[in-house]
Design a protein around this ligand. Structure first.
Ligand SMILES: Cc1cc2nc3c(=O)[nH]c(=O)nc-3n(C[C@H](O)[C@H](O)[C@H](O)COP(=O)(O)OP(=O)(O)OC[C@H]3O[C@@H](n4cnc5c(N)ncnc54)[C@H](O)[C@@H]3O)c2cc1C
Ligand code: SF4
Length: 509
């Protein structure tokens, strides 16, 4: 045995060229470590999901003849850190070479580079062969110019010939957003989400026994997330066959009745690399091609845009802007997240539901993350470090490269406009327009002031007023200030006073 190859928990790519042939001189290793369970407080389902997927992948490799060392969290030999475990194995097996796949997270990239720098055996890093673009793609593509998702997305579509016809986008346009994003009619019933029902209580018990601090709950006897490639492919097939037809229509819809709507819930399978972005979009396009009478181009384009547009773009931004990105705080926000972000115990119906389902399923869909929880955190002036730690912990799909760019960038505008051209925020108006939360809420969506006025309404204007110097000259926002300036001074004063009361009493909203 000569070479040690490391596989991290989000490097479960069975299609990788490493596995094309069995080599008796290669030893693969996987580690469940406190280093990874403790760098942020994760949702219990996230820790279980990662460990179960790693175990399943290690087993698959063994079954086809690869040599594998799998170190469980409670193994006696576990050094609980990457360096400790790697050095232990290198010494134990007399290994002469170390290889790893390029990590997607900055902290692991630095850690592994430093580790290799100190090693007295040869070391090499390999691509993960998962993404459709390179780490450096954004910088190479845009140079110093603004990073526009749309331009990047079109380029990927052209290069891979996805939804293209004679060099032109299928359907004659690149973007069908105007046809998507509808409110879901009250009586509309989306299909039930496909849930797996595996008994992973042994992993849950091990985590509990080790004293790992986690967020949220789990029914470990009926674990719902895919933890191997077959299940990931099953989830993909379920999505294309049952959900794609309304994906775009209800992509931004909000409702307390359903937690997954027409979303694919493929982010965990994708981010652990059990399936690849290319196969996901190809399957969606293939389904659309076979059922054009049932699935409109707007649905499939809307989906493809998320995967090869937003997902690849966010990864590019991460590598172009880290590590400085993790320190950005454009608005200088300092407030702490209120405690109810960990319980869902708030009178605000939209937040109660979005947080409640996040605790229950380790999942919320994009608009819940952006326009409910993220919107509130932005308007309330929460420190981006606090917001990042919450998002990085609570979601099953949260890995820093895609979490921080979405949270600190898209949602909190803490990057001052690298990801988005203006902050994504709204009053109750948008939340009501897109969903069914407001009617059952303790607060009144129409009121800006008074005891039961919706907090989003006063906090919205307070946010714009507080940050006038930073936002007024943004051409996409100017209108907002003109509306604000036209309001009667006593109305403005009342709104700002109401916002101050709410911020003072944020813990009991
Ligand atoms: C504040 C905030 C934090 C987020 N944190 C994460 C995170 O930690 N991990 C994560 O994977 N996504 C994150 N997202 C993006 C998006 O919300 C999730 O990818 C999506 O909700 C996952 O559910 P789904 O698989 O059902 O997605 P669908 O709605 O079915 O979309 C399909 C796929 O498109 C990709 N996608 C969609 N939107 C984005 C986006 N904005 N950025 C990158 N990929 C996207 C995902 O891979 C997703 O699986 C975040 C968004 C916001 C606003
Ligand atoms: S009234 Fe306000 S707090 Fe209540 S659900 Fe609507 S937006 Fe949320």
């Amino acid at each position: 045995m000569k070479t040690l190859r490391l596989l991290l928990g989000d490097q479960l790519n069975r299609q990788h060229s490493w596995f094309e042939k069995v080599d008796g001189d290669v030893l693969y290793c996987f580690f469940e470590m406190r280093q990874e369970t403790d760098y942020v407080q994760h949702h219990l389902q996230k820790v279980i999901g990662f460990f179960a997927a790693m175990r399943a992948f290690a087993e698959e490799l063994r079954e086809v003849g690869h040599s594998v060392v799998y170190v469980k969290l409670d193994d006696e030999d576990n050094r609980q850190s990457l360096e400790g475990n790697l050095l232990f194995l290198i010494k134990k097996h007399g290994l002469q070479r170390f290889e790893y796949q390029l990590p997607d997270e900055w902290r692991l990239d630095v850690q592994l580079k430093e580790f290799c720098g100190k090693l007295d055996i040869e070391a090499a890093a390999f691509d993960t062969e998962h993404f459709m673009t390179k780490r450096e793609a954004i910088q190479e593509f845009f140079g110093k110019k603004n990073y526009l998702m749309e331009t990047f997305y079109r380029d990927i579509r052209r290069r891979h010939g996805i939804l293209m016809e004679g060099g032109k986008p299928v359907g004659g346009q690149w973007n069908f957003d105007a046809e998507n994003r509808k409110k879901m009619p009250k009586e509309h019933r989306p299909p039930e989400p496909l849930l797996f029902e595996k008994d992973l209580s042994d992993i849950a018990e091990m985590i509990d026994k080790a004293g790992v601090k986690t967020i949220g709950t789990v029914d470990a006897k009926h674990f719902i997330w895919p933890t191997n490639r077959e299940e990931s492919l099953e989830l993909l097939a379920y999505f294309t066959q049952n959900l794609l037809e309304h994906f775009g229509d209800f992509q931004d819809a909000l409702t307390p009745e359903y937690w997954a709507l027409y979303h694919s819930r493929l982010s965990f399978a994708l981010n652990t690399k059990m399936i690849s972005p290319l196969e996901v979009v190809q399957q969606a396009v293939q389904e659309w091609e076979g059922r054009k009478d049932e699935i409109s181009i707007a649905q499939v384009e809307g989906f493809v845009r998320q995967i090869i547009g937003w997902r690849e773009y966010m990864r590019g931004i991460y590598w172009a802007k880290m590590p400085a990105f993790a320190q950005l705080n454009f608005f200088g926000h300092q407030r702490k997240l209120p405690g109810w972000f960990w319980t869902g115990n708030t009178k605000m119906a939209c937040l109660r539901h979005a947080i409640g389902q996040s605790l229950q399923y380790a999942y919320a869909h994009h608009i819940q993350r952006l326009m409910v929880t993220g919107n509130f955190a932005l308007l309330a002036g929460i420190h981006p470090d606090e917001v990042d730690a919450w998002y990085l912990g609570i979601y099953i799909d949260a890995i820093e490269w895609v979490e921080i760019t979405n949270t600190r960038g898209m949602s909190q505008f803490a990057d001052g406009g690298i990801v988005g051209t203006k902050p994504y925020c709204s009053s109750a108006n948008y939340i009501d327009k897109m969903g069914h939360y407001c009617n059952g809420c303790y607060y009144d969506k129409k009121l800006r002031t008074g005891e039961n006025s919706c907090p989003f309404n006063s906090l919205y204007w307070d946010f714009y007023d507080r940050h006038r110097d930073k936002l007024e000259n943004n051409p996409r926002i100017g209108m907002m200030y003109r509306t604000w300036d036209k309001m009667a001074p006593e109305d403005k004063e009342g709104i700002l006073k109401q916002a101050a009361v709410y911020l003072e009493n944020i813990a009991s909203l």
